[in-house]
Design a binder for this molecule. Sequence first.
Ligand code: K7E
Ligand code: CUA
Length: 689
Amino acid sequence: MSLVLAAAMCMGVVAESHGQDTRRRRRTEEAKPVELTPAQVAELTRLANERKLNADDLMAAAKTFMPSGRHDDYVLFSSGGQSGQVFAIGVPSMRLLRSISVFTPESWQGYGFAGDNDHVIESLKINGKVVAWGDTHHPALSETKGDYDGEWLFIGDKANARVAVIDLRDWETKQIVKNPLTISDHGAAFVTPNTEYVIEGGQYATVLGYGYAPPEEYKKSYRGMVTLWKFDRAKGRIDVANSFALELPPYWQDLADAGKNASDGWFFINSFNVEMATGGVEKGNPPFEAGASKRDTDYLHIVDWKKAEAVFKAGKAKAINGFPVITLDTSAAEGILYFAPEPKSPHGVDVSPNGQYMVVAGKLDPHVTVYSIDKIKAAIAGKKFSGKDEYGISVLDFDAVVEAQVELGLGPLHTQFDDKGYAYTSLFLDSAVARWTLGGEYAKLNPEQPWKLVHKTPVQYNIGHLCAAEGDTVSPDGGYLISMSKWSVDRFLTTGPLLPQNFQLLDISATGTTMPVIYDSPIGVGEPHYCQMIKADKLKSWKVYPEVGWNPHTQRLDPNAPKKGQEGVKRDGSNVLVTMTAIRSHFTPEHVEIQEGDHVTWRITAIETTQDATHGFCIGGYNVNLSLEPGEYAEFSFVADRPGTYPFYCTEFCSALHLEMMGYLHVKPRGAAEAAPAVPSTPVAAGSN
Ligand code: K7E
Ligand code: CUA
């Protein structure tokens, strides 16, 4: 063996042992109690003055700074807006941990770059057309008894009415379902307390089943909907065959939230445009924004989903575009759907942790309106109705179902909760987070009067959603709150005319009027809407795939996964099967010789078992890039329609000899002088290790 090779292999060995040895020194334990020496105090003071930091800034830094190697307490799963992805961010450091590909192909993760017939690209097709982006709005963590269980994550695509299922063992998208009734949605996704259903609420009314009708026939032909996707936890998939929808009037349904505890078995959806305005400024009609805001009230939709499920199981749904839909007539007759008036153009509806209160925020009303489930149930039982809407749905008497109205400020949108009996509401126009007190059993938790505004913290600027630690579950943690501020204007360096959104971290651990912003974090990859914050120790993520040869799409060992020693290239007519393994720092085989026009199926197993020893695999010019995480098996196929010499290489800097982790794909032109060489049909000898 040459000296050079020996040295190179040595480097390989060093690289392979990386990650398993004593060089890892992650700080997991608390440091010893700090006692600053007078010299350190002086130095800290000097630094603070030099950097123009005040005492609050130093406190904020101490609350958010993560020493190298220390892990965050929470993970924020945020919608990625138009990026079509989900972002995972550590709290309190606000460090971006990972972007998870969902509706948009993404090359680092090899998501949608596995040649022809890529299963991701297939899953993105709508009516035969690849729709390779999404407008993600509302992530929903799976729940058990109304608490996050850390197993699954769902997210909706507003633009295209799709819902995705992400497995939190490997943080990868496993399934995308397209709503068969509607083109776009909004109130997705929300889960029932044991993740029986993933709920997808709609928004802009259309003709259900992708039908056509002119706007003149709006009231007659357009409809809203809400879909209940059955989740099969054992399979980790939405069970489409056991899913169904409810037909709703063509009011624009907005956000939704599932009941819990006292309101378990119900869910709630806001609406706006009960006016059923059809716009048409081009014809001299009032624009949608005016037409949809004329009335003083819209309707809170109150849905008894357990009753709806029974009606569906009894076969009383009617098929639209092949999908079972409970009609408005059936909902009215069976007592599935009720309305309650809600003030002017509401946006968010959020259920309190005990399930007792539904907090509705009206964009054009300075109050939040709080409904009580006890009062709703009593009003339904006592038939306290103020009438019916045009579609025959009973409208509950407003005074009979409202518990409180709390004046907070301008543009209230969304509400979250903490562990101290406070609710927090975003005020879009005020650019503030309002803290206010809940009543009922919560009244004993805080010293202030119930149903009262306590404090407003300004945020920068124009907050949409907000998110407190586990703040929409049955047991919120308090401590941290994220303001998802839409505008950043002057908060960061200017990045051209397009500026990032601003996630601001607020410390909500104290009571009363203390609620400071302690961190600003630019989000320059899309406009996130909702996010959820889960205690990090609830996540049971895999460090490597459970077995070598694991197929992440089936979440099991794949019988087709190439094994070490069996690599090679086999031909059957014009079909070629490449069987490859990858390990630091080589692919086996290293040369793949085929003919122009061959149909190639290429299988690779990453036979690594070391945490973070990920390889990539790309073929330039053929639009192929894979991420081969430790133990992962991947397959792709393509037609070799472009002759030439194509280096393939590992796209992840995996070892000292990463640059050498390459090989050649030789595509011989048709009719080349020499006849096709017999490509080896017996396994190629394994590499040098
Ligand atoms: Cu308020 Cu889509 Cu939840 Cu945006 S939505 S803010
Ligand atoms: Cu494997 Cu770089």
